[in-house]
Design a binder for this molecule. Structure first.
Ligand SMILES: NC(=O)c1ccc[n+]([C@@H]2O[C@H](COP(=O)([O-])OP(=O)(O)OC[C@H]3O[C@@H](n4cnc5c(N)ncnc54)[C@H](O)[C@@H]3O)[C@@H](O)[C@H]2O)c1
Length: 408
């Protein structure tokens, strides 16, 4: 069987590679020629442990190649971005463009699957688009939605081991999609309809967003009440039925910070908790920015000079290079903007370039700074915190992500 994956990003590329590793002939398509060129050379354009070896293997044995154009295949997978527009409305124009690009190649018996996180009804909408262009295919192709729920950094294992939810437009489509994923997924494949599968993905990420908002709200209350939030959560979680997540400097990434809006945009009157969680998590970043500015002012008043500030981490979560919707990135940019004359050092061990700024190594940033702001709990920062006698070194430390929480 030949499969064509449209979109070779954080999800499409690993899924293409795993499919190719499992005996499927795969064509990966991306509109970005650089991505295609690198992929065909066996070079990864994303950071994902262990994936480079697999990519080299499947490119070398001819199971996988990339192109800027789709080709006739037996199955097509849409794995392109689904960002939001101006007022947090879902932008499905990439899904539509990707679908349009495969329509000319579709033939009887083919499978078309959307993996991109999508608002409820997108699969139905795309089927209408397909059949308006190719009415002769109505009832003759299989159409399904199958959301992805892997954790970047652990993608290879999770692609094979996680359960998948598969929702066809009809029973035959669900069967056909299950047949495909069965080739490499060892987890359970759960059948449903396309709307439930679409909502399932949005629900998973909204649930995470709401739970993180609870932790972030606690962190703000605790700061005012003079309570260590990390200790509080550790203690509360000793209750056998309580499991509070960890606070941070906001919520980022392409999923949790985006997907809840796909529900609130379509159901504004009903989605009250989901909308509040979004607001709380966004507010947490503003709150952190204000805390840094206040610490800088206090330092200047006390020491009679401007402090050097180290902003530690730009990625939206530990040990990855993904800066999309990252609160750490937005707090740093806001600070650079609001304090243009300040001495601000930016350190991100997983990225070599950011906004034309000279990034500083985390050790140098730590040594040179008067105020250390931990925004992302990268392993390097946790190790640094363990090594250093931070509390004895007369540095001001703002730990928004729990780098110091396990310090012995
Ligand atoms: N990254 C994650 O952790 C994650 C997890 C689960 C679900 N998702 C969802 O999966 C989808 C893809 O996310 P991603 O992180 O892989 O995105 P990404 O931005 O990393 O990659 C998308 C790729 O699609 C390409 N592209 C855009 N339009 C195209 C077109 N018309 N034809 C061919 N290629 C095109 C882009 O050039 C890019 O390389 C999104 O809907 C996202 O919400 C992502």
């Amino acid at each position: 069987m030949k499969a064509c994956f449209i979109g070779l990003g954080y999800i499409g590329l690993p899924t293409s590679i795993i499919s190719a590793k499992n005996g499927i002939e795969v064509l990966g398509v991306d509109i970005n020629p650089k991505v295609v060129e690198l992929t065909n050379r066996g070079e990864l354009h994303i950071v994902e442990d262990g994936l480079d070896t697999l990519l080299k293997e499947v490119v070398a044995n001819g199971a996988f190649r990339a192109s800027t154009e789709p080709e006739e295949s037996d199955a097509y997978f849409i794995v392109v971005p689904t960002p939001f527009k101006g007022d947090h409305e879902p932008d499905i124009s990439y899904v539509e463009a990707a679908t349009r690009s495969v329509i000319p190649f579709l033939k009887e018996g083919d499978l078309y699957v959307i993996e991109s996180t999508s608002p409820i009804g997108t699969t139905e909408l795309m089927s209408k688009l397909i059949f308006s262009e190719r009415p002769e295919l109505e009832g003759k192709i299989y159409i399904a939605y199958c959301p992805e729920r892997v954790l970047p950094g652990n993608i290879i294992q999770e692609l094979e081991e996680n359960d998948r939810v598969i929702g066809g437009l009809d029973e035959a489509s669900t069967d056909k999609a299950i047949e495909f994923y069965r080739q490499f997924v060892k987890g359970e494949l759960h059948r449903t309809n396309s709307k439930t599968a679409e909502m399932c993905k949005l629900t998973e990420n909204s649930s995470r967003d709401v739970q993180i908002a609870f932790a972030n709200e606690l962190s703000i209350i605790c700061e005012k009440a003079g309570i260590n939030v990390w200790e509080l959560i550790r203690l509360a979680n000793r209750h056998p039925r309580v499991n509070i997540l960890q606070p941070g400097c906001g919520v980022g990434g392409h999923c949790i910070a985006v997907d809840p809006y796909f529900i609130t945009a379509d159901y504004p009157m009903e989605a009250k908790i989901i909308a509040s969680a979004r607001q709380i998590n966004n507010y947490k970043s503003f709150w952190c920015h204000e805390k840094v500015e206040n610490a800088m002012l206090r330092f200047e008043l006390r020491e009679g000079r401007k402090p050097t500030v180290a902003m530690m981490g730009l990625a939206f979560k530990p040990n990855i290079d993904d800066l999309r919707e990252s609160p750490a990135k937005s707090i740093t940019l806001k600070l650079l903007q609001s304090c243009p004359d300040a001495n601000i050092l930016v350190s991100e061990p997983n990225v070599s370039e950011f906004n034309g700024l000279d990034l500083v190594s985390y050790k140098e940033a730590y040594e040179r700074a008067d105020i250390i702001v931990f925004l992302t709990a990268h392993k390097e920062f946790v190790e640094l915190a363990q090594e250093k006698q931070i509390e004895l070194e007369s540095k001001v430390v703002l730990d928004f992500c729990g780098v110091l929480k396990n310090k012995k």
